[in-house]
Design a protein around this ligand. Structure first.
Ligand code: ZN
Length: 249
């Protein structure tokens, strides 16, 4: 949208921009969760299984509610035990095209990430990594070797779920929802889109918003996975107040 001021200069209005990865699944994705190292996450590994199921279901339910004529079902395979996948290659799991991995270490900045692995043409898949510990900013540890570090503390389960919900968006082909105007007081960004690039610790569990659902229909069509895909996938679409204004290819 453009605002014309004084009839001479033309400036773009403050808007939000949703980018895509320009990647999509050709069929319904199938999710596999890989059990975390039981020595580190013995108590919480079942929580992570629940979080994985709930996070996938939240996406499926939201997409099905918005586009009820579409097939948005996602198969979740039984969790792969640690002792099995510790020594295995990802190519040993050809049925999985979204692999969810829980790793304890976080550099404090990146809570999780997702990346495509297309190294094997026969098994293209997305890997979702969710960190489960964060740096405790209040702790200082003086190590024997003279170095100073900070302690890691377990992330809350609601933060882990928020991260996974966001990373699943990447695994489906979404990138981020960026905004050009500063956040208003009390706004966290994630209240406009779950694909906002930052998570605020006070925002609590994040929720799927309208723009990510609209973007999913731009990537996959309203008929869901594996149906009649739009021929062109947008590079980005612009939103104002969560309303789509235009897309660029
Ligand atoms: Zn992200």
């Amino acid at each position: 949208m453009l605002i014309v001021i004084g009839g001479v200069s033309v400036i773009p209005a403050d808007g939000d921009r949703f980018e895509t990865l320009k990647l999509r699944h050709s069929e319904a994705p199938e999710v596999c969760m890989f059990e975390p190292n039981p020595e580190i996450e013995a108590d919480r590994k079942y929580n992570f299984e629940v979080i994985t199921r709930v996070s996938v279901d939240i996406w499926v339910d939201a997409l099905t509610y918005k586009y009820p004529q579409g097939n948005w079902e996602i198969k979740i395979h039984p969790t792969v035990p640690w002792e099995e996948h510790e020594l295995a290659e990802r190519s040993d799991y050809p049925h999985c095209n979204i692999m969810v991995v829980f790793e304890p270490i976080s550099d404090g900045k990146r809570l999780g990430y997702a990346y495509p692995d297309f190294s094997k043409s026969s098994h293209k898949h997305m890997v979702v990594v969710v960190h489960t510990y964060e740096v405790d900013q209040n702790s200082i540890v003086f190590n024997q070797d003279g170095t100073v570090t900070r302690e890691l503390e377990p992330m809350s389960l609601s933060l882990i779920q928020s991260i996974l919900q966001h990373e699943l968006g990447h695994a489906f082909g979404l990138l981020h929802y960026n905004i050009s105007d500063p956040l208003k007081q009390g706004e966290y960004g994630t209240d406009r889109s779950m694909m906002y690039p930052a998570l605020h610790s006070k925002s609590g569990l994040v929720h799927i918003q309208e723009p990510e659902l609209i973007m999913m229909s731009k990537i996959y069509g309203e008929d869901g996975w594996g149906g009649k895909m739009p021929i062109l996938m947008p590079k980005q679409c612009d939103f104002i107040h969560n309303i789509l204004t235009k897309c660029d290819w």
